[in-house]
Design a protein around this ligand. Sequence first.
Ligand SMILES: Nc1ncnc2c1ncn2[C@@H]1O[C@H](COP(=O)(O)OP(=O)(O)OP(=O)(O)O)[C@@H](O)[C@H]1O
Ligand SMILES: [Mg+2]
Length: 250
Amino acid sequence: MFLAVAGKGGTGKTTFVALTVKHLLAAGKRPILAVDADPNANLAQALGMEPPPSIASIMQAVAEDREQIPPGMSKDQFVAYRLHQSLEEGKDVDLLVMGGPEGPGCYCYVNHLLRTQLKKMAANYPYVVMDNEAGLEHLSRRTTQNVDFFFIISDATVKGIRSAARISELARSLKLQVGQEYLVINRVRPGDLDVLLPEVEKTGLTLAGTVPADPLVAEYDLYCRPLLELPDEAPAVQAVKEILKRTGIL
Ligand SMILES: Nc1ncnc2c1ncn2[C@@H]1O[C@H](COP(=O)(O)OP(=O)(O)OP(=O)(O)O)[C@@H](O)[C@H]1O
Ligand SMILES: [Mg+2]
């Protein structure tokens, strides 16, 4: 199952990804490959893991021949080997950080290798969860397989819903193969939906659910505590669970 999360900056993508990982783990759905494809990477912190070196930095070094390929090893094998080294291995969750943006050079060849190697790597995991930025850079480069579940996270504003709709259009124009696409509105306060639902209707997006503004989420972030450790009763944790159940993921 390949689940991708996108949204504009600060909408709560990483929070949603981390809570999704939490629920998948609790349901025994493991091992999970978590991919941080946001250049402003912070998924590691949310998962309580060490951030590994980014793939972009490694691939750039390979492309610029700053990395010495051992004699007898092909470039393909070397990329596979370096990719494996950049995997941060946890108990049930492994983490890859894509990184970027790259330098000005053309790395078509290395990118091609990366695509094929990443696909092979992802194939080892029954669950892959990916945190993307709004531009869908890594999804657009097809470094991954088809997306089974695509969640677009919006903040609780009309502007946010409209930008979620633009991300949906972008995904379509990139011809991403998406199984099911859903909108999630995050940090919702009582009464917000009265204003937002008509806007959602205009966009034609399918609302999977909402996540309330939860002071505990903000507090964990403040103290840099992993979101995986949030108590099950926390309203945001419960809300994400409902969304995952409703969409058939749990
Ligand atoms: N439901 C919520 N209740 C309270 N605070 C929240 C909630 N969701 C997210 N936040 C807070 O909002 C901020 C942004 O959340 P998060 O990092 O998940 O967003 P993001 O979309 O991944 O951001 P970025 O684009 O910077 O990667 C964080 O400080 C987080 O703690
Ligand atoms: Mg983030």
